[in-house]
Design a protein around this ligand. Structure first.
Ligand SMILES: *[C@@H]1O[C@H](CO)[C@@H](O)[C@H](O)[C@H]1NC(C)=O
Ligand SMILES: *[C@@H]1O[C@H](CO)[C@@H](O)[C@H](O)[C@H]1NC(C)=O
Ligand SMILES: *[C@@H]1O[C@H](CO)[C@@H](O)[C@H](O)[C@H]1NC(C)=O
Ligand SMILES: *[C@@H]1O[C@H](CO)[C@@H](O)[C@H](O)[C@H]1NC(C)=O
Ligand SMILES: *[C@@H]1O[C@H](CO)[C@@H](O)[C@H](O)[C@H]1NC(C)=O
Length: 590
């Protein structure tokens, strides 16, 4: 052995110590989650079933196979190749993947980029597969095929409020479609939040809370998200026993489908939000009443919920019981639990030692229910309440649990990334998320440049602690282009060249290449889809405000100039309207 090599080997243990122990903790978590995955044959059938629902005519054209990560250099991947030409049974394309999600993503990649198909939510154009050639004439891929690795292990999906803005009235049929959509887009870390009130009912009744007390605690179906977060209680309720039971049945269907597809569901955990009656049953428990949130008339029937302090021993008892009850109902399906105790609700003091003890208590409650639990936290507070969460407070919270036991969502990274200003969450693994949608509103807008480059910049940055990409919009079923691009970032190691990408997008979406449509998309890309402050008002409100101010304050020649600008905006507006008409019709050119 040369002296040089020896020298390098001696140095090795000291050099990247912190970052390698960091990635080891994540590797350990990933392999533990792998052991919970459904058997390869189950996942292969689940992927086949996605194909059957998407493209039943081609069921015999594809073969799916689960492979180990060794095939992909230790990462998750899909691998599209030609099936042996000599085969007589109709098989044409082989798709291998490390889980059924990768197989479905490979299928989606193939029908997009070889067959010109387009998959979207029903409300944003639906599934357009008329361009896929008949069985027997599917296009070949080159040589050894196409192997695409995930640059980061996770692709997260949902926001804690999506359940209220978008999913509230969904039945299994709609959920099944959504889970297919998730698999095709490569989502492997979705929230699974249905039915948690049914779990709470069982847990809290064990703590001697009556069903009647719970009527004033749970929110109604459309307001569950805010009742869960302790923003309000009782509003829109009470929930009938029938609703609770039916949601639990639905949750079990959702979970088993996610598991068959090889996803890791994220379950809820206890954040301290408790019914008023708990105060009477446990008079010595430290329960504080919160102030008025944006609720109704300051009426205490709806407002000002109760928070059990995380340092109270009862917190751990309830938190543990909640996790245990979920495991009892669903089995050992995950280690990842969401908890957002401090969302729009600051701790009583900014003393880092106290914040650290609160964080530790929250994690203790979780880990007593599931010893391997990992706390997934929305990083919204660091943005929305940045006055409180200064570096010492952030560090205290992020370092209150052992390394690798917390993953943060950089929730608004598309517009206001926290990873840059916080030294990558002070070493805590995080997921680069696109928030994009507020309140389920349906304006046409987005920040395509940030989506195509942000995750790449974050991943290759020095000392990166990024472990995933994600979509955590408040409401879904709008701006299909933004969601399609973001989903692709789960499989892209390099930035996307958007002008080119949008050409293929419009080709797939409208069924053929039309120069004017491509030109219109380029305008949209440089205007409403270049909305850099990340909220829909940026373009129209500012420009219209600007026009009004100019008209009233400036001399005539400026008004003439302004009119030219108005005409320009008018043209953009007309092209937007035209495009949205095209957008909502299936294959308008066919
Ligand atoms: C095709 O068949 C040949 C000969 O049987 C075999 O060596 C090769 O691995 C097969 N290819 C695939 C993609 O299955
Ligand atoms: C609930 O009430 C029963 C009967 O009064 C009592 O034995 C039990 O300890 C109580 N449970 C809790 C968790 O306080
Ligand atoms: C709500 O009511 C409480 C108590 O009645 C009062 O102290 C508080 O100022 C009220 N808040 C608002 C926003 O009206
Ligand atoms: C009770 O909780 C409040 C608010 O969470 C906290 O300020 C206070 O220190 C706690 N009291 C005790 C005795 O732990
Ligand atoms: C990366 O980490 C090293 C070691 O902790 C530190 O010295 C360096 O400043 C960090 N670089 C950046 C760009 O954060």
């Amino acid at each position: 052995m040369s002296m040089f090599l020896l020298w390098v080997l001696m140095l090795l243990p000291f050099l990247p110590l912190s970052s390698s122990s960091h990635s080891e903790a994540i590797e350990a978590l990933l392999s533990r989650l792998d052991t919970k995955r459904a058997a390869p044959s189950v996942q292969e059938s689940a992927a086949k079933a996605v194909l059957q629902r998407l493209l039943p005519t081609h069921l015999d054209s594809f073969q799916f196979e689960i492979v180990s990560k060794d095939v992909c250099g230790g990462k998750s991947c899909f691998w599209i190749s030609n099936y042996n030409v000599s085969s007589k049974n109709g098989l044409e394309i082989m798709i291998k993947g490390t889980t059924a999600v990768e197989i479905a993503s490979g299928l989606h990649w193939y029908i997009k980029y070889w067959c010109g198909a387009h998959v979207s939510w029903d409300k944003t154009g639906g599934i357009q597969i008329a361009s896929i050639p008949k069985p027997g004439s599917l296009p070949l891929v080159k040589d050894e095929g196409v192997l695409i690795q995930r640059p980061v292990p996770w692709n997260y999906y949902q926001n804690v409020v999506t359940s209220s803005y978008s999913y509230v009235w969904w039945d299994w049929e709609r959920w099944e479609k959504e889970i297919d959509w998730m698999a095709l887009q490569g989502v492997n870390l979705p929230l699974a939040f249905n039915g948690q009130e049914a779990i709470w009912q069982k847990v809290l009744m064990d703590f001697n809370i009556s069903k009647k007390d719970l009527n004033g605690f749970f929110g109604g179906p459309a307001f569950l998200a805010w009742a869960r977060m302790g923003n309000l209680h009782g509003w829109g309720g009470p929930l009938s026993q029938n609703w609770l039971d039916q949601q639990l049945v639905l949750q079990k269907q959702i979970l088993s489908r996610m598991l068959e597809l090889g996803m890791t569901p994220v379950l809820p955990s206890f954040s301290g939000n408790v019914p008023e009656a708990l105060k009477k049953i446990f008079p010595s428990a430290n329960i504080t009443r919160l102030g008025e949130w944006n609720t109704v008339d300051n009426n205490t029937r709806w407002c000002c919920t109760y928070l059990l302090d995380a340092s109270d021993p009862l917190f751990i008892q309830i938190g543990k019981a909640f996790i245990k009850q979920q495991i009892k109902e669903y089995g050992d399906v995950t280690d990842i639990y969401n908890c957002d105790t401090f969302n729009e609700n600051s701790p009583p003091t900014n003393d880092p030692a106290y914040i650290s003890s609160l964080g530790a208590a929250i994690y203790k409650a979780m880990s007593q229910g599931d010893k391997d639990s990992v706390w997934l936290m929305q990083g919204w507070l660091f943005y929305s309440d940045s006055g409180f969460w200064k570096p010492p407070q952030m560090k205290a919270l992020l370092h209150s649990v052992p390394f690798g036991k917390m993953v943060v969502l950089d929730l608004f990274a598309d517009a206001k990334p926290i990873w840059r200003t916080s030294s990558q969450f002070y070493g805590t693994p995080y997921i680069w998320c696109m928030l994009h949608n507020f309140g389920g509103n349906i304006e046409m807008y987005g920040i395509l440049d940030a989506v195509s480059s942000g995750p790449v910049d974050a991943r290759i940055s020095k000392n990166s602690t990024m472990v995933g990409v994600g979509m955590c919009m408040e409401g879904i079923e709008q701006n299909a282009v933004v969601y399609e691009l973001m989903s692709e970032m789960a499989f892209r190691s390099e930035k996307v060249q958007l002008v080119e990408w949008l050409k293929t997008y419009s080709y797939r979406r409208y069924g053929k290449a039309v120069h004017h449509v491509e030109a219109a998309w380029e305008i949209l890309y440089r205007t409403i889809y270049h909305c850099t402050d990340g909220i829909a008002v940026c373009f129209w409100d500012k420009s219209i405000g600007h026009i009004i101010v100019t008209i009233f304050l400036f001399p005539f020649w400026k008004i003439v100039l302004q009119n030219i600008i108005v005409i320009f905006y008018g043209m953009i507006h007309i092209s937007m309207v035209l495009l949205s008409c095209l957008d909502y019709a299936n294959s308008p050119f066919s």
